[in-house]
Design a protein around this ligand. Structure first.
Ligand code: NAI
Ligand code: MG
Length: 502
């Protein structure tokens, strides 16, 4: 690829803890000393079996999960076979019939609260493991992933004995065994989004982690054991796509909750067509982040940065298409360049790191391929100078100007730290362009005028729209998409309905 660092440049942090001036770049710059999060307090096994029926169950095959920041193996995890999935579903079915569906909401709430409280006690450990297994900056796993995951357990624990107020005058009952399949970008958080409402509503769970990030789910299994959740209420598996398809196709699984690619979402829909299974799909996105000329520009720059470089851009609702009003375009691009130069790419365990490692080699190749297509199609690339570590999977924060809506980088979900900058003149044009995508998950609007926000919100086809902020999450607010971004909502009262027959 053409975008590697210049030889001779050196911005390695100093080891003596002092701020130093780095040479070898066009201009000397001030560097931070490293501030690495300790990892001596975490406990990890060398090998994780499957968590089925409240016990650890051996599998026939195991695979390694690595740290994408140094390519070192962290642990081995079980690959669940068809028989293993069957065992987990039967355990969940038994727990549903004998225990969980018979407990009062108040009793269910006690267990869910207990899980949340133990997670709080282990928050630092969970954060460090999330960062090691997936490559995201520790400041994000500590400040976003883990607290939000805990908040979801607390929030839905609160609903467990109040469901009659969520659906006044309606009759409702749990669904039974639910199958949940999650992606690698927010492992623990996606598990919480799915497990907490399922349990609150009286269902039991078989959940599968993604290939590259199984570890925090197994830590959650330990927490579930410590909380003395009745055996079989939550079963946790690891494995690849075929394990996922065994869950989807098991006749005793009555509902599927999936977050991942649109491609796999379509496979799941096809395979359950004609069955009575309920399904929610949370798929990809290509969100428009729209900056009007009357926006607070400096604040908007932070929103653009957060929108696309948060979690290396491995975010389904990432603001990956930036629409800037013509009159402020050169100003925004200039400020964006300046801000990109200050982003710190490197060791995810360093508390100063802004952009961590790309989750896997496969994802890195996908990002590189799409970026190359942008170059080949004549778009102008910008990447700040920064030295990338030798080992591990890395990609510089990147944006493209001279971009047309027809370019692949403006159409396809890149799922990496890559922004396409586009331009508009009128609100009408912004709406048309924002909606010109098969996706409809999220959007951002930056303007000083409330009336403009209302107009845009009513006409942009997206499940979540932020105004004058971006990537803000709360367990009380529903999340989900339109069009090829999927259907169904997670979070809030809406999220309860997906786990009940109302
Ligand atoms: P994926 O959709 O293949 O994987 C997501 C989960 O689905 C994983 O747990 C995987 O094991 C499972 N899975 C795979 N095939 C399955 C099947 N046939 N039946 C049931 N479960 C199955 O996503 P992948 O390959 O990890 O990433 C590919 C692209 O998808 C990314 O580059 C990104 O663009 C997009 N993506 C979007 C996500 C989102 O949050 N919207 C999350 C992950 C990926
Ligand atoms: Mg890993």
């Amino acid at each position: 690829m053409t975008f590697r660092e210049k030889p001779g440049a050196s911005n390695r942090p100093s080891s003596n803890g002092e701020v130093k001036i780095v040479s070898g770049r066009s201009k000397p710059v001030w560097e931070y000393a490293p501030s690495t999060e300790a990892k001596d307090h975490i406990s990890l096994k060398n090998r994780y079996d499957l968590f089925v029926g409240g016990k650890w169950v051996k599998a026939k095959k195991y695979f390694a999960t690595i740290n994408p920041a140094n390519e070192k193996k962290i642990a081995e995890v079980a690959s669940a076979s068809k028989e293993d999935v069957n065992r987990a579903v039967l355990a969940a079915d038994k727990a549903y019939k004998n225990v969980w569906s018979k407990l009062s909401g108040k009793e269910r709430a006690k267990y869910i609260f207990r899980i949340a409280r133990i997670m709080q006690e282990k928050a630092r450990e969970l954060a460090v493991i999330e960062t090691m297994d997936g490559g995201k900056p520790i400041k994000e796993s500590k400040g976003v992933d883990v607290p939000l995951a805990i908040a979801h357990f607390f929030y839905y624990a609160g609903w467990a004995d109040k469901l009659q107020y969520a659906f006044p005058g309606k009759k409702f009952s749990p669904i039974g065994v639910v199958g949940q399949i999650i992606p690698w970008n927010f492992p623990l958080l996606m598990a919480a989004w799915k497990i907490a409402p399922a349990l609150a509503c009286g269902n039991t769970v078989v959940i599968k982690s993604a290939e590259t990030t199984p570890l925090t789910l197994y830590k959650l299994a330990e927490i579930i054991q410590e909380a003395e959740l009745p055996y079989g209420v939550v079963n946790i598996l690891s494995g690849a796509g075929d394990t996922g398809s065994y869950i989807v196709n098991h006749p005793k699984v009555k509902k599927i909750a999936f977050t991942g690619s649109t491609e796999v979402g379509k496979i799941i829909l096809r395979s359950i067509a004609g069955t009575d299974k309920k399904v929610t799909l949370e798929l990809g996105g290509k969100a428009a982040n729209i900056i009007f000329e009357d926006a607070p520009i400096d604040q908007a720059i932070e929103g653009i940065i957060n929108g696309i470089y948060f979690n290396q851009g491995h975010v389904c609702c990432a603001g990956s298409r930036l629409f800037v009003q013509e009159s402020v375009k050169s100003l925004v691009v200039k400020k964006l360049k300046q801000r990109l130069k200050t982003l710190r790419v490197g060791d995810p365990l360093d508390k100063n790191t802004d952009v961590g490692a790309i989750n896997s080699k496969m994802q890195l190749n996908k990002i590189a391929e799409l970026v190359q297509s942008g170059i080949d199609e004549g778009c102008t690339i910008y990447q700040p100078e920064c030295v990338l570590p030798d080992k591990g999977f890395w990609f510089r924060p990147t944006f493209f100007t001279n971009t047309a809506q027809s370019n692949r980088i403006a159409q396809d979900e890149i799922f990496g730290p890559v922004l396409s900058v586009l331009m508009f003149r009128t609100p009408k044009e912004a709406i048309e362009k924002a909606n010109n995508t098969p996706y409809g998950l999220s959007a951002g609007i930056w303007t000083d005028k409330g009336s403009k926000i209302f107009k845009m919100v009513s006409e942009i086809k997206a499940g979540i729209i932020w105004s004058n902020t971006y990537n803000k999450f709360n367990p009380a607010s529903p999340f989900g998409g339109f069009k090829e971004s999927g259907f169904g909502r997670e979070g809030g009262v809406h999220g309860l309905k997906e786990y009940l027959q109302v």
